[in-house]
Design a protein. Structure first.
Length: 345
């Protein structure tokens, strides 16, 4: 590792085609991080098993589609290491070792654990793997000696747990010297979906990165607006309107100002306002569509990118594991060089 090199690791569960919320909420930031850090971007397919273990046959397509969208959004395989977690078995090894020193109580206290458990109660996910989700996530980060983890606010408790686990591990095995990760907080952009709730696949309110221009127009046309604006001449309140929230993300500042004024003064109707928004979204999506078409036609290259990424990842991960095994007296060399019989006799 270069002196002074700063590393970032982040991951996403393979969810297939991404939507505007994933793009603006995470990917835009990932793309920018590539200029300043050595980045590792991981498809968290083992994490996906916590809820998807009955449908593993879906994983290859979900992974492929998501990685195509990563590349379309501007992740650069020349600069960043892009790989599926399951191709680097060291993740499992380190997760097992970290699990040995992680008190159950710490895991049960993670807020997202309790919430998800309720949310997905019918789906039989109350498993050992599900409880251990944050331990595996800690391994993901520690393997690459990544100091920085770009996360949204909701993920901060996970990272806090990662820090505690790493600290405890280093306390027990000081020679391991795992890097304590820190959240790299960015102004988390949460996009509203078509219905005004947070854009999320589970709400069915998304605009995907693969919408055709016509689909963008017709879906935006169905968006909820300021409920107080019943008639065209009623003044609106852009601050409560999800259409306006998307304007702020996708439209030029001058357009945002015009829309705001036109809405408050009832000089701009919602239909026209939405047409402006569709235009802005389509313009933002055009370069993505182009790159996505390219990568869709080069599926084999996408596979090669992942192979190459996994090879690089494995090298880094194995270097970390050698240090960990040594620090825990689990390395073969230690056993061979032991001269005094310490057991039996
Ligand atoms: N839990 C993350 C998600 O939202 C995915 C993930 C797995 C991750 N390992 C990670 C994120 C390590 C950051 C760092 O799907
Ligand atoms: Fe929303 Fe635009 Fe209608 Fe105002 S004019 S309520 S911002 S859609």
């Amino acid at each position: 590792m270069d002196a002074g090199e700063q590393r970032v690791l982040s991951g996403m569960q393979p969810s297939g085609v991404l939507h505007l919320g994933n793009w603006q909420g995470a990917l835009v930031n990932w793309v920018q991080l590539q200029d300043r850090y050595r980045c590792f971007f991981m498809v968290a397919d083992w994490h996906a098993l916590t809820t998807l273990y009955q449908h593993t046959e879906e994983l290859p397509a979900l992974t492929r589609e998501m990685v195509i969208d990563w590349l379309a959004a501007g992740l650069d395989p020349e600069r960043s290491v892009i790989f599926p977690q399951s191709w680097v078995s060291q993740h499992a090894e380190l997760a097992l070792l970290l699990g040995m020193v992680t008190p159950l109580g710490w895991l049960e206290r993670v807020p997202s654990y309790k919430e998800k458990l309720k949310e997905l109660a019918q789906r039989e996910i109350h498993s050992y793997g599900f409880l251990g989700y944050p331990v595996l996530q800690t391994a993901d980060i520690a393997l690459y000696r990544a100091r920085w983890v770009p996360v949204g606010l909701d993920q901060v408790p996970h990272l806090e747990l990662s820090r505690e686990v790493v600290r405890r591990f280093n306390g027990l095995y000081p020679r391991a010297r795992l890097v304590e990760p820190e959240p790299l907080l960015t102004e988390a952009k949460v996009l509203p979906g078509l219905d005004g709730r947070k854009m999320s696949k589970s709400y069915g309110n998304t605009l995907s990165l693969r919408e055709t221009p016509e689909a963008v127009r017709s879906k935006v046309a169905t968006m909820v607006t300021d409920p107080a604006r019943v008639r065209r001449r009623d003044p609106g309140h852009p601050e409560v309107c999800p259409v306006f929230a998307l304007h702020r993300v996708f439209s030029a500042p001058a357009t945002v100002a015009e829309v705001e004024e036109g809405c408050r003064g009832a000089t701009l109707g919602c239909v026209d306002c939405k047409a402006l928004l569709s235009g802005a979204i389509n313009q933002a999506l055009d370069p993505i569509r182009e790159r996505r078409d390219y990568w869709s036609r080069h599926a084999q290259t996408v596979g090669e990118i992942l192979h190459h990424g996994a090879t690089q990842a494995r090298k880094e991960a194995e270097a970390t594991m050698q240090g960990v095994r040594e620090a825990m007296a689990l390395d073969p060399m230690r056993l061979m060089s032991e001269t005094q019989p310490s057991v039996g006799g």
